[in-house]
Design a protein around this ligand. Sequence first.
Ligand code: 2AM
Ligand code: CA
Length: 280
Amino acid sequence: MKRFDKWGNSNLHKQWQNELFLQAKEWVLDAGIMIRDNLNKPLSVMTKTSHKDLVTTMDQQVEKFFTEKIKATYPEHRILAEEGFGDQVTHLKDFVWIIDPIDGTMNFVHQKRNFAISVGIYYDYVGHIGIIYDVMADELYYAIKDTGAYKNDMKLPMLTKDLPLSESILGLNHSWIMENRFVNEKYMQKLIKNIRGSRTYGSAALQFAYVAEGSIDGYLSMRLSPWDFAAGTIIVNEVGGLTTSIYGDSLNLLKPSTVFTGNPYIQKHILDNYLKVKEL
Ligand code: 2AM
Ligand code: CA
């Protein structure tokens, strides 16, 4: 059992921040091995809110792995996790781990790739550690607050400030250009014409990681839950990216939300010129 009493109410000490990161990283890599080792074994797939919203026994097994490890090692830490093995989290005082055991479950089930483990660690409402692990590509994206973001052991450069829209790639799905309840689709169709390309990857966490590494320049979603964006916002933030709702508000880590993360220059430009929101 470990305690972080030394931290008291002050900011995290770098040494402890690093220790917590190393522990979280080890568990994430172990969970990745567990998933890869079981990839071709029979899987129970269940639907949750709709036929598009899937959960498998592997999502549950991985989440249980994390909750058991965290509870045994850091009993005072709380856990907000997708499949319900964590705690009822109503505030982000002290330590909270926000976990998606498999982000992109549909990809996991149908494609056996393009899914990720996402772990964000918050302390007194501030995101300190973000880890996104592309399990099949064995690519670990991570950030520790104020020390930068990394892909494996390569430091990711800060995002460029003067990116023209005509050279930008956006991650977004087709619902944005169809009639929808959030935004005027005509402006979104114009946006698609003006950018270089669009992509749909099916994993929110991976798209945050891609924004951080600059392989896409923005990512839009109409509804994400805290475990989908908890780690990603920390990583994108460390390279100077911006993450807000589509209304330009900062995200609440305890509620589902629309999400728009991206290069700071185009994020603001698109918010102001293309996201013509409808009154709810
Ligand atoms: P998940 O696989 O962990 O559920 C797919 O478009 C992306 O959006 C995935 O990252 C998926 O995460 C996330 N998502 C969040 N809420 C969803 C929902 N209700 N249905 C489908 N995907 C959802
Ligand atoms: Ca999930």
